[in-house]
Design a protein around this ligand. Structure first.
Ligand SMILES: NC(=O)c1ccc[n+]([C@@H]2O[C@H](COP(=O)([O-])OP(=O)(O)OC[C@H]3O[C@@H](n4cnc5c(N)ncnc54)[C@H](OP(=O)(O)O)[C@@H]3O)[C@@H](O)[C@H]2O)c1
Length: 326
């Protein structure tokens, strides 16, 4: 098969589409003939050498894919060869074939193409496990989503609105804020022009955000805390502006606040399977019905993964970038 390898840590030019050995499905795994994968910010970090794959995961980048089941490993039940699926991966999506634990498979939703389905597993599982299972967002609460125009952001807006939340977003351009509004966001904040915490407090009459989905980390910690409502929950999933910051515990205490932080990729396969199962039961019917849809910026051939990484590094995309094997 062909796969995108990282020839050495570096810029987008180190991604090379070359011939490599086919993977084999281990017991409990399924082999997928990959139709498409999609780009996640973690892939840039892996390419630069800062985010090695977990032990036992394929070396190639790619945290999600869609395709057709080519073979079943020993002991796999409930799936059949020839079935179209998408999957949450620990790596290896940028390839023509990938082996994945059967618990991380989802069927292709009725409302999407096979290619579009590749853009769903990583963001839907991340948002669902953090905003709903972790932070327990409830109807009528205010959800603040940083980076509303990104892959995570466009998914979180739709899921938040469907759950009956008031959705606030930050983004760095009017174009992305317009896209967020079209997806249903209620409060639009350009973080380049305004202090998001002040704007959110104004817009919510001093209440703040009950849940904050944070991808920025250290650079936003103090302002996230300032923007947090009483009994609020901050779900941190990214460190785009650093990992170390001072925390005012007195303010956290007075708000009875919670800060949680997770990374999906490093979770054991059993936890991923449990999240995928919950997503299949609670989110997939909404995707089938077209209520939740993947927002696709563009589709590129997988051999042009380097170009996709340049686009994501420049943040000129809205939603997801899909990589097709053909
Ligand atoms: N922990 C986990 O399990 C997990 C799983 C998936 C993703 N993530 C993380 O989630 C983040 C988003 O991933 P993604 O794939 O959705 O990437 P993405 O599509 O590039 O989205 C990131 C968005 O953040 C915006 N942004 C950049 N700086 C910002 C700032 N200071 N304030 C507000 N927004 C800002 C960017 O565009 P503009 O600046 O133009 O608005 C962009 O739209 C990444 O940090 C990724 O590592 C974590």
């Amino acid at each position: 098969m062909h796969a995108v390898i990282i020839s050495e840590p570096g810029g987008p030019e180190v991604l090379q589409w070359i011939e490599v050995p086919d993977p084999q499905p281990a017991p409990g795994e399924v082999l997928i003939d990959v139709a498409a994968s999609a780009v996640n910010r973690a892939d840039m970090m892996q390419r630069q050498g800062f985010y090695p794959p977990p032990q036992g995961a394929p070396a190639y980048p790619g945290l999600e894919c869609s395709g057709t089941i080519a073979a079943l490993g020993e002991g796999v039940a409930g799936w059949r060869v020839g079935e179209q699926v998408c999957a949450l991966l620990a790596g290896g999506g940028y390839a023509e074939k990938v082996a994945v634990p059967a618990g991380q498979l989802l069927r292709v939703p009725q409302s999407t193409t096979l290619f579009e389905a590749a853009a769903l597993p990583e963001t839907v599982c991340t948002v669902y496990s953090n905003v709903f299972q972790g932070a327990r967002l409830a109807s009528g609460e205010t959800l603040l989503i940083h980076g509303g125009g990104g892959g995570i952001g466009t998914t979180a807006i739709q899921l938040g609105k469907h759950a009956g939340a008031i959705v606030a977003v930050t983004a760095g351009s009017q174009e992305k804020l317009d896209a967020c509004r079209e997806l249903g966001a209620d409060i639009l904040i350009n973080y380049r022009e305004d202090d998001f915490a002040e704007r959110l407090m104004e817009a919510t009459g001093g209440h703040g955000a009950d849940v904050i989905l944070d991808i920025i980390g250290a650079g936003y910690l103090a302002r996230n805390l300032a923007a947090l409502a009483p009994d609020g929950r901050i779900a941190n999933i990214g460190l785009q502006q650093g990992r170390t910051a001072e925390l005012d515990l007195s303010l956290l205490m007075s708000k009875r606040g919670t800060i949680m932080s997770t990374t999906l990729r490093a979770r054991p396969a059993e936890q991923k399977a449990s999240i995928v199962k919950a997503v299949a039961a609670n989110v997939w019917p909404l995707v089938d019905a077209g209520v939740i849809r993947p927002v696709i910026d563009r589709e590129l051939p997988m051999r042009q993964a380097g170009e996709a990484h340049r686009i994501m590094t420049a943040s000129s995309h809205t939603g997801k970038i899909v990589l097709r094997t053909e």
